[in-house]
Design a protein. Structure first.
Length: 155
């Protein structure tokens, strides 16, 4: 019974994230005639991984915890100063464009509900991870907050 509740909770979170992303996309595209100003972030804000550590050997599923200093976390669609939400880049060689909403795919995971950790099933081998903080519309801030890229080894 507990597993059913956990799976239902995960499904509901995914549905809410999807609709938050759709809403933000609608807002952006409906304002296409106007230029959307980029959100400012404090100069002293820092985005980082709490765990895993760079070059750590881990087992799948991998628990990944996000850290943020001098800013707050807010869900997508909530426009509050000095806040944003996490995006996890997995095995990307180049950063995506920062002048538009970050794409949502297997390599760019959105945490639009304000989540600060996740558990991922990754195949064995080396993987790179990097965080980008997005504003209420999934757009990186004017002075983008990007973590260091780390490499993990999944056994």
């Amino acid at each position: 019974m507990l597993k059913i509740k956990q799976k239902t909770h995960i499904i509901m979170k995914n549905i809410i994230s999807f609709f938050a992303f759709l809403y933000c996309s609608f807002v952006i595209f409906s304002a296409s005639a106007q230029e959307i100003p980029l959100t400012e972030a404090p100069e002293n804000a820092v985005l980082y991984f709490i765990e895993p550590a760079n070059l750590e050997t881990v087992s799948s599923p991998v628990v990944i915890k996000f850290g943020l200093i001098n800013m707050g976390v807010a869900p997508a669609g909530v426009n509050l100063a000095n806040t944003g939400h996490h995006h996890l880049l997995i095995d990307l060689e180049e950063l995506p464009a920062f002048d538009a909403p970050l794409p949502a795919n297997d390599n760019v995971r959105h945490f639009g509900l304000g989540q600060t950790e996740t558990t991922l099933s990754l195949p064995s081998g080396e993987h790179t991870l990097q965080l980008v903080l997005g504003d209420w519309l999934h757009i990186p801030h004017n002075n983008p907050l990007v973590s260091e890229k780390i490499t993990i080894i999944v056994e």
